[in-house]
Design a protein around this ligand. Sequence first.
Ligand SMILES: [Zn+2]
Length: 125
Amino acid sequence: MARVRSRDTKPELRVRQALHGKGYRYRLFRRDLPGTPDLVFPGRQCVIFVHGCFWHGHKNCKKATIPKTRHMFWKAKILANQTRDQAVLKKLQAAGWRTLVAWECETRDMDRLTKRLTEFLESGN
Ligand SMILES: [Zn+2]
């Protein structure tokens, strides 16, 4: 399996909720784009990924602590995810997309989340 992906996780739903409240329109899981972004805004050439802190190795995040058991296994796995994430973002950017990663731990505070998403979406226009 190329990537651990579960649809409609709580952080994803919170991101959608934040954008929905602001009236943004988007498409979900465009498989024709690298990395199958969680949200795509075709008119704005923007994509948003919602990343789980553990699986995607959020730097300096408490939720991204690598377990002591099978430490090397997890470390390698998460490093591979990070490398793939970086490659995906580069590909998208090279194709003219603007990218934002919303981390799981950043989706708790709805006001801050909404602000960050809105600033990202409006900054290119
Ligand atoms: Zn985090």
